[in-house]
Ligand binder design. Structure first.
Ligand code: PHE
Length: 307
């Protein structure tokens, strides 16, 4: 059209107005035709959409729902139990002073108990805590007795990774200090905890042990939930407990007088107990797992099982 319009200039002056009219009329017609065609196309599309049949009874695309990690679940259940008993829940630093992690817990620099624990040092005086027990020290320094706390959190040790060990794992520390606190309270509280997690058949037993920061010290065992304490399942040895009917869930004891003295308490006037249990262990028993590495591999098919 532009080329044709330019051509008007080459016509005789008296022919020009008529040529202009003819060209304009042609342009108008073409534009109208174009608009009509576009309209038709659009309508056809709309009509196609309107006559489309949608089966509203078909299932939709499922939304992926997250789940709570099995370790968190165990920690949450234990936390809720102790909160109901009136325990406060504290959290402490994962980077701990060498002094709190060891010395204040009656583990001096030359103590052999350090050997298995001496782990990830950031500086000679700072270590990734090897247990949650240094929070006993922090809590007691922070306030006087009575104390009733639990401390869920991570701990680190230079363990080689295998089906039962990770270099990062969790612990739940418990501490109760007062004037008439004894082992009986500890057994009662732990039995309640195990019954909350695994049911009313659970029992707890103590086995003599050693920790530098408790005296006396005891390992905590509970009825194996895999075989209800019988040691066997369907005629074969129970693989959860190896046939003993018991599983070990942590360590405990009466807080050592040296520890009480270190935080400024008088061991003649106050006493109490502490324990440390492993959520990984409890979760593995609860969910019948045999490899601790499953907790950290982030496989959705594994994690979705405890949604
Ligand atoms: N801290 C000990 C450990 O990691 C467990 C423990 C806690 C023992 C409290 C006694 C008292 O093995």
């Amino acid at each position: 059209m532009t080329a044709i319009r330019r051509g008007i200039g080459a016509l005789a002056p008296e022919e020009r107005p008529n040529a202009g009219k003819v060209i304009n009329a042609a342009v108008e017609r073409m534009e109208a035709a174009l608009a009509g065609a576009i309209d038709k196309l659009g309508n056809a599309q709309l009509e196609a959409q309107l006559s489309e049949t949608i089966d509203v009874t078909l299932p939709g695309a499922p939304a992926r729902i997250g789940s709570i990690h099995p370790i968190r679940r165990v920690m949450r259940d234990i936390g809720s139990y102790f909160t109901r008993l009136g325990f406060a829940v504290l959290q402490g630093p994962e980077i701990e002073t060498d002094a709190n992690n060891f010395d204040a817990l009656n583990i001096p620099a030359d103590h052999p108990a350090r050997e298995g624990l001496d782990s990830f040092y950031l500086r000679p005086d700072l270590v990734l805590r090897t247990h949650t027990s240094p929070m006993q020290v922090r809590a007691m320094r922070e306030s006087g007795p009575p104390i009733a706390i639990i401390v869920p959190g991570k701990a680190y040790r230079r363990d080689a990774v295998d089906a039962r060990h990770l270099y990062q794992f969790h612990q739940i520390e418990g501490l109760m200090i007062g004037t008439d606190i004894h082992f009986g309270h500890l057994k009662g509280v732990l039995t309640g905890m195990m019954r909350e997690l695994f049911g009313p058949q659970q029992e707890v037993r103590f086995r003599p042990s050693f920790f530098p920061f408790t005296e006396p010290s005891a390992e905590i065992d509970t009825t194996c939930p895999g075989c209800a304490g019988t040691g066997h399942r369907a005629e074969t040895t129970c693989r959860t407990c190896g046939g003993s009917g018991w599983i070990e869930i942590g360590g405990s004891g009466m807080v050592h007088p040296n520890v009480l003295r270190t935080v400024g308490y008088d061991p003649e006037r106050v006493a109490g107990w502490a324990f440390g249990v492993g959520p990984e262990r409890l979760a593995m028993v609860r969910y019948e797992m045999n490899d601790i590495r499953d907790f950290v591999e982030n496989t959705p098919s594994f994690l979705e099982q405890t949604s």
